[in-house]
Write a protein that binds this ligand. Structure first.
Ligand SMILES: [Zn+2]
Length: 309
């Protein structure tokens, strides 16, 4: 069998400021974590995974995909949080022959986050810069066709992961080159968003990491990553270690600030500590974050919770 012609490249959109006023004592503002989009390339065609969030992010991504010279055939969406897919309309406008796909559970989450109430009230309201779409213009993906996804003959396999940093998440596995585009199941040198993950959610996230590990990837692209970090498979073990440390920290501390300091001491190099503040705040003050069981990977999603970044 000839070696696969596929390759991949990653574009990282820098972190952007939020309007959140709840900040830890050592920060003056909260940032949204840097977010990745991945282009899986063949000789001529390409598949884009997760088309980003704000208008300027989506436009920069569009230009980056254009510069690759590849013919974009498919856009795949890993999960329903709009920071990973709201730019879809801008991408499809530039590449009209491409089609967007996601698993049905992800499509349900996309729809739940794309209502006027949720998109304007819970997402746009957190940012000063315009998002890539409104409820009226947001483009929703189609269900992955029964024959699956392919790029120049190689299989691309969507893998259901259940709850990770949000409900009903997936990754995209490219077996021929050993790449997993992990969405938000993996974070690469960025503080994790654990605001929607109580103890049940954290257990589910650990199971998802095990599922990815079983694929024995040679590269793992994290949905939120330090732009200077490489896509090492070790990010799976590192994400697991962080979740376990957070779990221990929840038990060992009594206040938001204690938990924040507990984790910062252990992870001084991780970027975007504001995300950690959101996780610590949720773990110490929100009953829903500690008791709410995550919804499963099918059926109607529960009302989206307010993102804390
Ligand atoms: Zn995300």
């Amino acid at each position: 069998m000839p070696a696969s012609q596929l390759d991949y490249a990653v574009h990282v959109a820098e972190g952007i400021p939020t309007t959140t006023t709840d900040v830890p004592p050592d920060l003056h503002k909260r940032m949204w974590s840097p977010t990745s989009a991945t282009l899986i390339t063949g000789e001529q065609d390409a598949v884009l995974v997760d088309p980003l969030f704000t208008q300027s992010q989506a436009e920069a991504l569009r230009d980056w995909v254009s510069a690759s010279g590849k013919n974009l055939t498919v856009v795949y969406i890993t999960h329903g949080h709009p920071d990973h897919w709201l730019g879809l309309g801008i991408i499809l406008e530039a590449f009209p022959s491409a089609r967007a796909f996601a698993l049905p559970s992800v499509i349900a989450q996309m729809r739940a986050h794309a209502t006027a109430e949720v998109l304007a009230g819970q997402w746009q309201s957190r940012f000063t810069e315009p998002l890539a779409a409104t409820a009226a213009t947001a483009v929703i993906a189609n269900p992955v066709p029964s024959g699956g996804l392919r790029l120049e003959g190689d299989e691309l396999v969507p893998v259901e992961l259940g709850h990770t940093d949000s409900d009903d998440t997936t990754c995209l596995h490219v077996p021929s080159i050993g790449v997993v585009v992990a969405g938000d199941a993996a974070y690469n040198n960025v503080h994790l968003y654990l605001g929607d993950s109580g103890s049940e959610g954290r257990r589910s996230w650990l199971r998802a990491l095990y599922t990815i590990e079983q694929l024995q990837p040679r590269a793992v692209v994290a949905g939120h990553k330090d732009p200077s970090a490489s896509d090492r498979p070790e990010v799976i073990a590192e994400t697991r270690g962080y979740i376990r440390d957070f779990e221990a920290g929840v038990a060992a501390t009594s206040t938001t600030l204690d938990l924040y300091r507990y984790m910062k001491e252990r992870y001084p190099q991780r970027i975007n500590p504001g995300a950690l503040w959101g996780s610590a705040r949720a773990a110490k003050t929100s009953p829903s974050a500690t008791r709410r069981p995550p919804s499963q990977t099918s059926g109607t999603p529960s009302r989206p919770s307010r993102p804390r970044c």
